[in-house]
Design a protein around this ligand. Structure first.
Ligand SMILES: Nc1ncnc2c1ncn2[C@@H]1O[C@H](COP(=O)(O)OP(=O)(O)OP(=O)(O)O)[C@@H](O)[C@H]1O
Ligand SMILES: [Zn+2]
Ligand SMILES: [Zn+2]
Length: 802
């Protein structure tokens, strides 16, 4: 008797366990761990993951598995184990953790079809099933007498592939192929018979007589310099044939990347890579922190370490923050490793992501470069995991499962006995503290590879500008420097630090700010549509003509959106050509790349943008970087705001003068004496680290204390606050004397989508059973959650205090 243990797709804590199902005869030979199945669950049919097999069950009356969704496992044994770990660490459901590892396409119900991948003769019954077609609905296979096991074998050999249809056939790209329809000697005869005028046809036939094989039509037409008409004519004569073939979409054309070779390493680089290479050689796990100033050649170290991993026939994962996954970044990896690289980021379509993921699963690539979720790449022989810009908070996922990619990477590094490399010019305090204690191995790169000094940073006190009667958002010093740059034909990057800011509408008479009626947050002004929108619930209304409170018509837009800066910039310096880069101008796919390459080609003088321009960009002609509002982030209710400000200023300063031309940086601020601004202007990470650590110690924040944040929401305000109160009390009873439980306090946004939100923060140093306590408390509220629409979310490593 074969019984499968299945984790079912029912996102509720009462189902957070495995369920047993009989494996019917027809799936007996082919069903393995890591495949998805359809099982009966109460009155419904639902999806589940097979995680184990057993021969007996403590339940009687087991039901049969209804269907098998995958013929090759979508999760490896290691990923199944990892899923369990992630679920446990983040206090999320197993099913949620497993789903997070798969591409979107596999997460919902899609139609399936079988695709013929070969022209070779297939077994007779399979030929019969396809009946001359290139793809058939999966149901046709199911109603045939062919076994799952037989099909599975054909999928393993690559003769047949399974495809998931996302609406029309977009997960798949087809190309037209051309090949000879007759034996070559018959083609030779046909050449003789062609009329004299059919020159192109003759040429094409001669080509195939020589070449014999199939060729993609588009490539062929270029090669032979002819048109589809010629191909068609020969197809009609029965000499050639055309057919459709599936190709995995590759969002990048690998031939576009000029190949690069390893550079001779500098002494600092050699010292940094040596212990990494030793670990690779010894198949050992270790975590390395490379603290290297911008331009110190961290990426070259990654590339050479990866090469060593590839030489051992192992695989590499490189994580980069979403916003620095620029074409320049991709180019560096594709340039070194060519088509051996898969790229995974959110700008790809669902189909493209699925194809890149399959290239990993099919072992067609050995390197993946991607954003956060690429840490789950289904490699089975991992040799290294690299996290670039490791301090970036986007490595923390803000929905369930609320994991941090750094933790997942280290866990995978342990299971795979391979090194994990963290790299940054401004490491996270947590990481640097661990490196200082020797938990991570620290390497420091203190010089740029070209020995160029870091650019001078000038801090401008904007209060003085105001006193001097300058009401624009550009200081006199910055304006002067921009003018000089323009004269010399050099380029400028201007950054508006906009996090925490948005353009809102305020009445100048009474100060009334228009808020969302469902969320306690100001509506954001969108100029293009002249609408006010809520970024939390999508509520929209048109901009009022008069103030709804006092009927004054002095309604004004506040905040400093990039649009507004652009307008005043063009007023101030009309001759400057400006490219604006923000969420609005980069929403469309490919627009990010397009704007950057326009700037690189010198089609603009000034690149104006939000944080998204701070990282990874490398333009030869940029000599001036201006930060318009350095302190807009400093005053957010977030204990990391100083750290984030320091990191951002350091990163953006590193954009200037990376090549021959020396660079300059101007930082405008209203708080010039703040230590994070002051120390960033001297690139003094060590001093900043010391100062910030003493603050964290004093206020009991990470890395001295761990945090956990419990957020409770309900439509009824009293219900929400009372439940939070109860949770806090239960926690207090459970935890040790040195642990602090704060709350209930209203969340930073106290109401979203008509739900009131309260939170409870736990600060602890040593609380080995905290997860168990929280789970227990959650089970106390399980009924309320199910019946009364109470929502309790737990974040074991909160980054957004909202
Ligand atoms: N050993 C080397 N010899 C010569 N040039 C090098 C060497 N290593 C790196 N470079 C070059 O120096 C420049 C900066 O290197 P790289 O981009 O790797 O630095 P980085 O530390 O990753 O920078 P950032 O943190 O700003 O992204 C690149 O143009 C790179 O090609
Ligand atoms: Zn008013
Ligand atoms: Zn809203």
């Amino acid at each position: 008797m074969k019984i499968a243990k299945v984790i079912v797709d029912v996102p509720a804590s009462s189902t957070n366990q495995t369920f047993d199902y009989f494996v019917p005869e027809k799936f007996m030979d082919m069903l393995t761990v890591g495949m998805r199945v359809i099982v009966p669950f109460g009155p419904r049919k639902i999806m589940g993951f097979v995680v184990d097999f057993t021969s007996e069950s403590s339940f009687n009356k087991l039901k049969d598995i209804i269907d098998v969704l995958d013929l090759t496992p979508v999760l490896t044994a290691e990923l199944l184990e990892l899923g369990k770990w992630v679920a446990n660490e983040t206090l999320s459901l197993s099913i949620t953790a497993l789903q997070a590892m798969l591409p979107q396409v596999l997460k919902s119900q899609y139609k399936k079809e079988l695709v013929r991948m070969t022209d070779e003769e297939l077994p007779e019954d399979i030929e019969h099933l396809f009946a001359g077609r290139d793809y058939i609905p999966f149901e046709e296979f199911e109603s045939s007498s062919i076994s799952y096991y037989q099909l599975q074998k054909l999928i393993e050999t690559g003769d047949i592939s399974i495809d998931y249809l996302v609406k029309s056939r977009i997960t798949k790209k087809q190309v037209t192929m051309v090949k000879p329809a007759k034996d070559i000697f018959l083609l030779e005869e046909a050449v003789e018979d062609l009329s004299k005028s059919a020159k192109k046809q003759k040429q094409l036939l001669l080509f195939f007589i020589e070449y014999v094989h199939e060729m993609e039509q588009q490539v062929l037409l270029k090669k032979v310099q002819t048109t589809t008409g010629t191909v068609k004519a020969l197809v009609e004569k029965g000499l050639l044939e055309t057919y459709q073939k599936e190709v995995l979409r590759n969002p990048y054309n690998d031939d576009d990347f000029a190949r690069t070779t390893p550079l001779e390493l500098t002494t600092e680089q050699r010292e940094a890579i040596q212990p990494i290479n030793e670990t690779i050689e010894a198949n050992k796990h270790d975590v390395f922190l490379i603290h290297g100033v911008t331009g110190s050649g961290k990426t070259e170290i990654y590339l050479q370490a990866i090469q060593n991993v590839l030489n051992k026939d192992k695989e590499a994962i490189v994580l980069v923050p979403e916003i620095s996954l620029t074409p320049q970044m991709v180019k560096r990896f594709k340039g070194r490793f060519g088509s051996n690289v898969a790229v995974m980021h959110s700008a790809l379509s669902a189909g493209e992501k699925y194809d890149e993921w399959r290239r990993i699963l099919r072992k067609e690539v050995k390197v993946v470069v991607g954003a956060r979720s690429a840490v789950f790449a289904p490699f089975e022989n991992l040799g290294i995991i690299i996290i670039d810009e490791e301090h970036e908070t986007t490595y923390k996922q803000e929905d369930q499962p609320r994991y941090h990619a750094r933790d997942v990477a280290i866990h995978r590094g342990e299971s795979n006995h391979c090194p994990v490399i963290l790299g940054s010019a401004t490491p996270a305090l947590e990481s640097y503290a661990r490196a200082s204690k020797g938990v991570y191995k620290l390497s420091t790169l203190s010089e740029r590879t070209n020995k160029k000094a870091m650019p001078e940073v000038e801090i401008i006190d904007m209060r003085n500008e105001l006193h001097a009667g300058n009401r624009t958002m550009f200081s006199r010093a910055l304006k002067d420097k921009i003018d000089k740059c323009l004269e010399k034909g050099e380029q400028i990057v201007l950054m508006l630090n906009r996090r925490g800011y948005s353009t809102f509408v305020m009445c100048r008479d009474c100060g009334h700010v228009k808020e969302c009626p469902h969320c306690d947050i100001a509506l954001t002004f969108h100029k293009n549509s002249n609408q006010l929108k809520c970024h939390y619930c999508s509520y929209e209304e048109s901009v009022p003509e008069v103030c709804p409170e006092c009927e004054s018509d002095l309604i004004r837009y506040f905040g400093t959106g990039t649009q507004k800066v652009e307008e005043s910039l063009t007023k101030l310096i009309p001759e400057a050509r400006v490219i604006r880069m923000d969420v609005d101008t980069t929403r469309r796919k490919g627009s990010h790349e397009k704007l950057l390459s326009q700037f690189a080609e010198g089609k603009a003088d000034i690149l104006l943008g939000t944080q998204m321009i701070a990282k990874g960009l490398d333009f030869e002609n940029v000599t001036l970087v201006g930060v318009l509002t350095a302190d807009s982030m400093l005053h957010l209710p977030d204990f990391r705001s100083s750290e984030k400000t320091f990191q951002l200023l350091t990163q953006v300063s590193g954009r200037a003068g990376r090549h021959e031309l020396p660079g300059e940086v101007v930082v405008q601020t209203y708080t010039p004496d703040h230590y994070s601004i002051e120390l960033a202007s001297h690139y003094n990470f060590n001093e900043f680290y010391k100062h910030e650590m003493s603050m964290r110690k004093a206020f009991q924040y990470p890395p001295y204390f761990y945090l956990a944040l419990i957020t409770v929401s309900h439509e009824n305000n009293v219900k929400a606050i009372q439940s939070t109160q109860q949770i806090a009390q239960l926690l207090l009873k459970a935890v040790g004397g040195n642990t602090v439980v704060l709350g209930p306090t209203p969340s930073a946004i106290p109401r979203i989508k008509d739900r009131y939100r309260y939170q409870c923060m736990i600060k602890y140093r040593d609380e080995p059973h905290l997860r168990k306590y929280i789970n227990k408390i959650k089970s106390v509220f399980a009924d309320e959650v199910r019946k009364n629409d109470l929502l309790i979310t737990v974040d074991m490593q909160p980054y957004h205090m909202m």
